[in-house]
Design a protein around this ligand. Sequence first.
Ligand code: FAD
Ligand code: NAP
Length: 562
Amino acid sequence: MIRISLSPLSDMYADTKNTEMKNHRYDLLIVGAGFAGLYMLYRARKLGLSARVLEAGLDVGGTWYWNRYPGARCDVPSMEYSYSFSEALQQEWRWTEVMAAQPEILDYARHVADRFDLRKDIQFSTRVKAAQFDEEASTWQVITEAEEAFLGRFCVMATGCLSVPNMPELAGQEDFQGAVYHTGAWPHEGVDFSGLNVGILGTGSSGIQSIPEIAKQANSLTVLQRTPNYTMPAHNGPLSEAFQAEAKKNYAEIREHQRASQIGIIGYGFGFGGAKAMTPSQQIVETTAEERERLVEQEGFSAIRRFADVATDSDANELACEMYRIQVARVVHDGETAEALMPRGYPMGCKRPVIDTDYYETFNRPNVRLVDLRKGGIRQMTASGVSTEQGDFAFDAFVFATGFDAMTGALERIDIRGRQGRSLVDHWHAGPRTYLGLAMRGFPNLFTITGPGSPSVLSNMLVSIEQHVDWIGDCIRWMDGAGHREIEATEAAEAQWVEHVNEVAEGTPYTAASCNSWYLGANIPGKPRIFMPYVGGVGRYRETCDHVVEQGYAGFHLRTGP
Ligand code: FAD
Ligand code: NAP
């Protein structure tokens, strides 16, 4: 193994000319072995390209390798949150639940790696710290934290949108004597909370999934909440053999519909949220207060799913929020706790939708209490727990369910340098700029899978991952056939795409001034407030990408040569 330290480009390239380095030269370097990296490797092999995957973790699975907290599970129907590239694979794999839990999804990722013999081209326990483009050789040099260097004609960042845990800096954290966990980097051996007094910070998807499970085990659970969230019951359950067999028969059609849909989910038969699939068809603004109250009484939170105008009209949205709060009050017994759990002042749908199992019911347990941080925030952590402006709380263990530096975090943590040594961090100083979420001006032959500016996190990510990987694979095949050595987004194409991404997001609940979501980078202090994903929809986006290809890779500059 050759080890080199980061050095100016000319020196680095001189190093790579020695004979040992030949072992480290590939057509394609792929960073990350989650679902994106695994499929990219598979596709590269099918195209006859040599490829190496570099992965920080000790195994495949990405999200599902790191996020092992109690209650972690998918919120997309299992039959749809799975690869479609292999008919044999989708026919043979058996899911046990409508929406699978983390261990099952991780097993699936491992099965894919073994079935297609992918591991031999994956280097685990290898964190990439830098990637630099050599303009003379049209080659990417990727450097790991262990100072190992790899060369690739192309580099694909499959580093994940939600792979960098956000750890808020609380004063006194180092003084805390108890155990500290982050949901996004959970211990592989699991955690036994039995008999412990546990605190948890964060009520996003990870908090809402883990709170009911931790509460069942711990002596006491104290939930520290800054912003109450909107969450709908998941209605998850076992997946019947009969249903699964039927779905497998119809897989070709299901996949086709997924690919053409808005979010890559069609809710085939069971719908988003289990058996109670419902297509919104009514207008909430046409209902009376009495009707809305009656609907909530009969159908609970699910009644809100009837209304199509909630997503498009702010008055309708506020009426839905009122219905939501009525139901919170019906479920949560203690009036003060119920009031604190009611989201107010920001629209439903501006953040990633959350679905849960017994979230509100958990606050009726005698061992669970809610601390509303809006009534007095955290001052600091102490040796025994957390000190807030409304009192001190003692814990044996503390869980950060505080999310991720999403979409840009993993990319910006790698020192990526394109033409003339310009860094990606500089290029993105005012927010991420990409063409199609796939490529950036100044960074030739570098691709991002589900990058900012693509539907990515607004979709069933398996659908988006497959589309990006296929597009990248086809592009490389075409380039090689046509004798092109470099592809790079033009300045104009990138600028127009950024403008389009912003334009379609305008006026949606996502960009409401009152919304502080990670989609906007609002969860990370100092991060530019820019709506990062593309809201135009999976189907429309795919058509755009296909059109770019039909037009001879419109918006890309191609360089030909040996
Ligand atoms: P990841 O799975 O994040 O994999 C990226 C990999 O890159 C990681 O293994 C990481 O270790 C590695 N990596 C990153 N940086 C480096 C580096 N510098 N060097 C080396 N390796 C690096 N999506 C849905 O569509 N539906 C869901 O229900 C859903 N549920 C989710 C639940 C949780 C708890 C979370 C966190 C996310 C969820 N997502 C869901 C989003 C999920 O991230 C995607 O569905 C999908 O798993 C992403 O795959 P990926 O390969 O793109 O990225
Ligand atoms: P998140 O949605 O960003 O939620 C983080 C929570 O931590 C929020 O409640 C936030 O409060 C709180 N928080 C962060 N910093 C804080 C601070 N300094 N002080 C007090 N509170 C703080 O993160 P997540 O729950 O991990 O989910 C991230 C995404 O991962 C999801 O949106 C989803 O895409 C994916 N995910 C999916 C599932 C699933 O169901 N399949 C499960 C987990 C995760 P504020 O709201 O006030 O900022």
